[in-house]
Design a protein around this ligand. Structure first.
Ligand code: AMP
Length: 543
């Protein structure tokens, strides 16, 4: 039975969704400005990003995660790590699934559970790590559409976290107020976001209702799971050493149950100086105590990796508005910790040591991203860009002129042939950490007379060697006029939208008219495939 009052059916909702590698959440800013995470049907604010499939029965969340140890072939987890890969699918319950489709099942579960409480949801802001490239952003957007959302806006996770931190409960008391809680009304913050599978560092400046991202960096494959894996390896090594004389080894398939225990042990070690674990395999058992100290020793290199990123973003990459010199830690007012893995004491100590500041942990690190996404959804609604979310006048007035400026996490360039060196090179058109939206052009003289089509490879990345960058796809310009002479100039304009998505335009400079230009992406679903997947998952019963 729906808890949502039926006389309120006309109102539709715009929500924020944090689609995490290990945990997901959905949140909403209600019309009076109260920000809340909407619990799932099981009454929990966080839903594990695990999908169990058995025929047309789908279970998403805690039970799916628990089923992984007994039915590993029916469960998909860590899906976000594969999102955006070209031509990739995963076998679950004997069938191949695209990462977009598996992500869509998670979104659909969040959506359907939330709809029972707040009514129909048609639009959502879904967050992504700031350094997600175009392919991953598109795949996330597509997942939202496969899940049945009509419109999906993409927002960077650290920007979402900063938005939630800006509000810090002020909405509940006196209506919305995007005003930094600092004497001169300005605040520079660094967001350290270590989730289950990804790591992100972003430096942000807030000043009179404007949120500027100054720089961002991170790693797609660095998160709590890597800390878990170290415990798994330790346990397996100890077990195999103990039972060496019996010739027992634990194959990869036998490690899923250990991985679940390892995560529990890791979380206990955030609270306690030591934790017990047990490992059973083939009627043999290993019982041991792991100390926080040895856990920290076996994972130190992972922490050092995050230390490198945060130091680089703050002291090398970020620039304050109107200043060209690099920042020092003295310029940083707050260090915001986001993501469940920042509960590890080793993270908090490292951040305190290098920044000289006590990290800010006022908000729940697992819910802050979804809540910030809900604030952004409300900002879009207040600006009238969607027209569905009802907001009280006071709240609307506070939100409608909030400006958010993100940066691109990857340089955008093209592949060119250098006739002098006879080699292909990568030419950057939009350097990394440029404020968005932004566009840059390059003029191509036609090689031969009468050419009607031009193809240019579009690359994301900073490396001079094109092979070391990510090939986003080909920018294809068709319908140039038939009789253009050789060397006629054609201007190609590549742009990053405010959401970090890439688009292209082309101008025939001779005739002064736009030519049809599109990016044929190397990966990603077509409109027909999105529709087909949407139909496909509509047959599933999701719990
Ligand atoms: P998120 O994707 O932000 O929800 O973060 C999920 C990650 O946070 C998972 O790897 C969890 O194991 C980890 N995590 C959650 N709570 C704790 C804790 N108390 N100590 C260490 N890691 C935690």
């Amino acid at each position: 039975m729906s808890e949502y009052p039926t006389n309120n059916r006309a109102r539709r909702n715009l929500v924020g969704i944090d689609l995490g590698t290990t945990m997901s959440a959905i949140a909403q800013l209600d019309s009076t400005g109260v920000l809340r995470t909407v619990s799932n049907r099981q009454g929990e604010p966080l839903t594990p990003s695990a999908v169990y499939i058995d025929g047309d029965q789908v279970i998403v969340g805690k039970s799916a995660k628990q089923a992984a140890s007994h039915h590993p072939h029916k469960v998909a987890m860590l899906i976000k790590r594969d999102v955006g890969k070209s031509f990739y699918s995963r076998k679950v319950d004997g069938r191949q699934f695209r990462p977009e489709t598996l992500s869509a099942l998670i979104i659909k579960k969040l959506k359907q559970d939330a709809e029972r409480k707040i009514g129909p949801i048609t639009q959502a802001v879904i967050t992504v790590p700031a350094f997600f490239d175009d392919a991953r952003r598109k795949a996330t957007e597509d997942a939202g559409r496969i899940a049945g959302l009509e419109q999906v806006a993409i927002l960077n996770e650290p920007t979402a976290a900063a938005l939630a931190y800006c509000l810090e409960g002020q909405l509940n008391k006196s209506g919305a107020a995007i005003v930094p809680d600092f004497p001169d009304g300005k605040m520079t913050a660094v967001v350290y976001d270590l989730g289950g599978g990804t790591f992100d560092v972003t430096c942000i400046h807030l000043e009179s209702k404007r949120v500027d991202t100054l720089a961002t960096d991170g790693a797609v494959k660095l998160g709590g799971k890597d800390w878990d894996d170290r415990i798994v390896k330790y346990v397996v090594d100890r077990f195999e050493k103990k039972y060496k004389k019996d010739g027992i080894t634990i194959p990869p398939a036998g490690r899923d149950a250990i991985a679940i225990q390892a995560e529990n042990t890791k979380q206990l070690l955030s609270e306690l100086p030591a934790a017990e674990f047990e490992c059973y395999y083939k009627d043999r058992v290993l019982r041991e105590t792991l100390t926080r100290e040895s856990f920290e020793d076996m994972t130190r290199d992972l922490l050092v990796c995050t230390e490198f990123y945060i130091t680089d973003v703050v002291t090398k990459q970020a620039r304050l508005p109107g200043r060209n010199d690099p920042l020092t830690w003295a310029d940083i007012d707050r260090v915001l910790l986001v993501g469940g893995s920042t509960r590890m004491p080793m993270v908090r100590e490292m951040v305190r040591r290098i920044s000289g500041k006590t990290p800010d942990t006022n908000l729940d690190p697992d819910q802050v991203v979804a809540q910030g996404a809900a604030v952004y959804a409300a900002i879009l609604a207040a600006r009238g860009e969607d027209g569905v979310l009802e907001l009280d006048e006071e709240v609307r007035a506070e939100l409608d002129d909030v400006g958010i400026v993100d940066v691109n996490s990857h340089s955008l360039g093209i592949k060119l042939f250098n006739p002098h060196t006879q080699k292909f090179v990568s030419r950057v058109l939009i350097p990394k950490n440029h404020q968005l939206p932004f566009a840059a052009s390059k003029v191509f003289p036609l090689h031969n007379a009468g050419v009607k089509t031009i193809r240019v490879k579009v690359l994301e990345g900073e490396a001079p060697d094109p092979e070391a960058n990510i090939e986003l796809g080909e920018c294809v310009i068709t319908d140039l006029p038939p009789n253009l002479p050789a060397k006629s100039p054609v201007q190609v304009r590549l742009s990053y939208g405010a959401n970090g998505r890439v688009s292209v335009m082309a101008l025939d400079m001779t005739g002064g008219r736009f030519a049809h230009a599109e990016i044929q992406r190397k990966s990603g679903l077509t409109e027909e495939e999105i529709e087909r997947e949407r139909q496909f998952i509509s047959q599933f019963k999701i719990q």
